[in-house]
Design a protein around this ligand. Structure first.
Ligand code: AMP
Length: 538
C-alpha cells in the first residue's frame, strides 16, 4: 500500500527558504581585524541569490565544482548556501594542506572556480600553475598582489546581479558539497554529500539527544568550514535559527576567550586541542566569562577527562563529546549522559566518544568480520551505516573500507547496550605490546590530568622484546617541571602496570594535522629518524 504523503525532495534551497523567512532577523557575525561585521539571515540569503546568479553568468552549470579556500566568515556561508542550491557542488578546500595535496585534490575534484579569502592568496598562489581545471578565481577582500593572475573581486561580483535567483528543482540525491579526508596516509579521498544527507544530518543536529541546536542558540563556529562541513553547523543554523559567530583567523585561546565574553555564544564547536588552548588562555584572563555557554561540542579526537572536569568545575560549562568522520557528515554519536545519571557520574558518560544518534547504526566487528557483542567490553573495529554515511569515495575504489554496506571506520573500541561508543585507538595508532593492545588514547587522557602536563601524545615504537611499546611525548606547562619518573608514577596509580611507557620525550609542542589533531605519523617518523631526545626509564 502506498502512503498518502507528498513527495517533497529534501533540498538545501528549502533550508535557505526556512531560515530567511522564519528566522529573517537572526544574525551571522564575522570577527575581523577592525571589529565585528553582522548580517541577518535574510541579507545573507539575498546575497547568496546574487552570488548564484553571478556564478551562473560566469558559466557555472549543474554539477560543476566551485571550491572555497576560506576562513569561517559570512562570504563562506554565502557560498555554502548558493553553490549547492543552484545545482553546482561546493568543494571546501582545507587551507592547511601542503601544496602538493592541495593541488592533488583540486585536480581530482576538477574544480572550475575557486573563491579565496585575500589573506590566503599566498597559499593558493603556490599551486596556481598546477591546477588547469580552474577557470576563474574570485577574491574575497582587497587584493593588490596580482600573484594569482587575473581574478574577480567577490564583492563586485555578488553585487553585479540582482537578488531573486530562482533556485532550481533538483533531485535530493544530487551532489551538494564535497570534502576530502585529511589523508594521514596516502592521498586524501573525496566524500560527496547529497542535499538529502545534509538535510537529515542537520535535522539530527537539532534533536535533544544530539546537540539540540535551536533558535535560542548562538554558535561560535571554531571548527573550520573546510573540516566536514563545519560539522554540519552551517546548514543547521539556517534550519534551526541558530546564530553563527565566525572567528576567521582568530583561532588562538586569547581571542576566543575575548569573543566568548563579548559575543556571548550559547554553544561552540571545536577540536580538543583548541579547547585546551582556550582553557590555558582563560586561566590567565581575569575577564574570561563563559556564563553564556550552555555547552561546548568537542570532537574529532578523544576529549581528555581533565578538560571536561575543568570546564565543569571552573566555568560550569558542559562538554558534549561528539564522534564522527569526514565519511559520516560527521555527527554520528554524541555523549549526553542518560536520564537518571547522578551528577557526579555524568563525567563517566561525557568521556565516552558518544552515544549513537538516531538515523545511523553502529556495530563492532572482529578482524575476520564476526559481529561482536555490544557489551561495553569486547573490543573491535566500529562499522557504521545510515543515510548520512558515505557508501563510496569520489572517483576511487576502496573496497577495503566497506563491508556488506557498512563503512569500516578504522576506529577501535567498545559499544555498550545503551549505544555508547568508547574509542581506544585508530587501527593504525594502536600499540601492540606482546600480543595485547595498549590504548594510546587512554594513556594520553590520563597523562593530561597531571598538573604539569599541557599536552601528551602516545605513539607505538618498535621494541625487540614486545614488538611495540608506547613512547610518551609530553609538552609541559610553562614554568612547570616534571621528571619522566614522576609522570610514570602518576600513570602507575591509574593504568595497568604493563601499559607504563619506558620511553619518554619532552617536546615544545605536539605536531598537529591540518585540522588540529595530534599528528602521530609525524611523531613516529621523528622517533625513527632519531630526532627526538628520548629518555628510557623503568
Ligand atoms: P576526520 O575525518 O578528520 O574528521 O577524522 C575522523 C577520525 O577522528 C575518526 O575516525 C576518529 O579516529 C577520530 N575521532 C573523531 N571523534 C573522536 C572522538 N570523540 N574520540 C576519539 N576519536 C575521534
Amino acid at each position: 500500500m502506498k502512503s498518502t504523503m507528498q513527495d517533497a525532495p529534501l533540498l538545501i534551497r528549502d533550508i535557505i527558504r526556512h531560515g530567511e523567512s522564519i528566522y529573517a532577523d537572526k544574525k551571522i557575525f564575522t570577527v575581523t581585524p577592525q571589529g565585528v561585521d553582522e548580517a541577518t539571515f535574510f541579507e545573507v540569503s539575498k546575497r547568496s541569490e546574487r552570488l548564484a546568479a553571478a556564478l551562473r553568468r560566469l558559466g557555472v552549470g549543474p554539477g560543476d565544482r566551485v571550491a572555497t579556500f576560506m576562513w569561517n566568515n559570512q562570504a563562506h556561508m554565502e557560498a555554502y548556501l548558493a553553490v549547492p542550491s543552484m545545482g553546482a557542488v561546493l568543494h571546501t578546500l582545507n587551507i592547511r594542506l601542503f601544496a602538493e595535496q592541495l593541488a592533488f585534490i583540486i585536480n581530482h575534484a576538477e574544480d572550475q572556480v575557486i573563491i579565496v579569502d585575500s589573506t590566503l592568496i599566498p597559499l593558493l598562489a603556490k599551486v596556481r600553475d598546477q591546477i588547469p581545471s580552474v577557470r576563474h578565481i574570485i577574491v574575497h577582500g582587497p587584493d593588490e598582489s596580482g600573484v594569482l593572475g587575473e581574478t574577480i573581486d567577490y564583492e563586485s561580483f555578488v553585487m553585479s546581479e540582482p537578488a531573486g535567483f530562482e533556485w532550481p528543482d533538483l533531485d535530493e540525491r544530487d551532489a551538494a558539497i564535497m570534502c576530502y579526508t585529511s589523508g594521514t596516509t596516502g592521498n586524501p579521498k573525496g566524500v560527496v554529500y547529497s542535499h538529502r544527507s545534509m538535510w537529515l544530518h542537520s535535522l539530527a543536529s537539532t534533536t535533544a539527544n544530539s546537540i539540540a541546536m535551536c533558535e535560542k542558540d548562538r554558535c561560535l563556529l571554531i571548527v573550520p568550514m573546510f573540516h566536514v562541513n563545519a560539522w554540519g553547523a552551517a546548514y543547521t543554523s539556517f534550519l534551526a535559527g541558530t546564530e553563527l559567530i565566525m572567528p576567521q583567523m582568530f583561532l588562538q585561546g586569547e581571542p576566543i576567550v575575548k569573543m566568548i565574553a563579548q559575543l556571548r555564544p550559547t554553544i561552540s564547536l571545536g577540536v580538543p586541542t583548541i579547547w585546551n588552548d582556550v582553557l590555558r588562555a582563560a586561566a590567565d584572563a581575569p575577564d574570561a566569562d563563559f556564563s553564556s555557554l550552555r555547552g561546548i561540542l568537542a570532537g574529532g579526537a578523544a576529549v581528555p577527562r581533565v578538560m571536561i572536569e575543568t570546564f565543569r568545575d571552573r566555568y560550569d560549562v558542559d562538554v558534549f563529546q561528539g564522534w564522527g568522520m569526514t565519511e559520516t557528515s560527521p555527527l554520528a554519536a554524541v555523549s549526553i549522559p542518560p536520564s537518571g545519571t547522578p551528577i557526579d557520574q555524568e563525567i563517566d558518560f561525557r568521556v565516552k566518544a558518544g552515544r549513537v544518534v538516531a538515523g545511523v547504526q553502529v556495530r563492532v566487528v572482529a578482524e575476520d568480520g564476526t559481529v561482536l557483542p555490544n557489551d561495553g567490553k569486547t573490543v573491535g573495529e566500529f562499522e557504521i551505516r545510515g543515510p548520512w554515511i558515505t557508501g563510496a569515495y569520489f572517483g576511487v575504489d576502496d573496497p577495503d573500507k566497506f563491508r556488506d554496506g557498512w563503512l569500516r571506520t578504522g576506529d577501535i573500541g567498545t559499544l555498550d547496550g545503551l549505544g555508547f561508543m568508547v574509542i581506544s585507538d585508530r587501527t593504525k595508532d594502536v600499540i601492540k605490546s606482546g600480543g595485547e593492545w595498549i590504548s594510546s588514547v587512554e594513556l594520553e587522557s590520563t597523562m593530561m590530568a597531571h598538573p604539569a602536563v599541557f599536552e601528551a601524545a602516545v605513539v607505538a615504537v618498535p621494541d625487540d622484546k614486545w614488538t611495540e611499546r608506547p613512547l610518551c611525548c609530553v609538552v609541559l606547562r610553562p614554568g612547570m617541571s616534571a621528571t619522566p619518573e614522576e609522570l610514570r608514577d602518576f600513570l602507575a596509580q591509574r593504568v595497568a602496570k604493563w601499559w607504563l611507557p619506558e620511553r619518554w620525550t619532552f617536546v615544545e609542542s605536539i605536531p598537529k594535522t591540518s585540522v588540529g589533531k595530534f599528528d602521530k605519523k609525524v611523531l613516529r617518523a621523528q622517533y625513527a629518524d632519531g630526532a627526538l631526545d628520548v629518555v628510557v626509564i623503568g
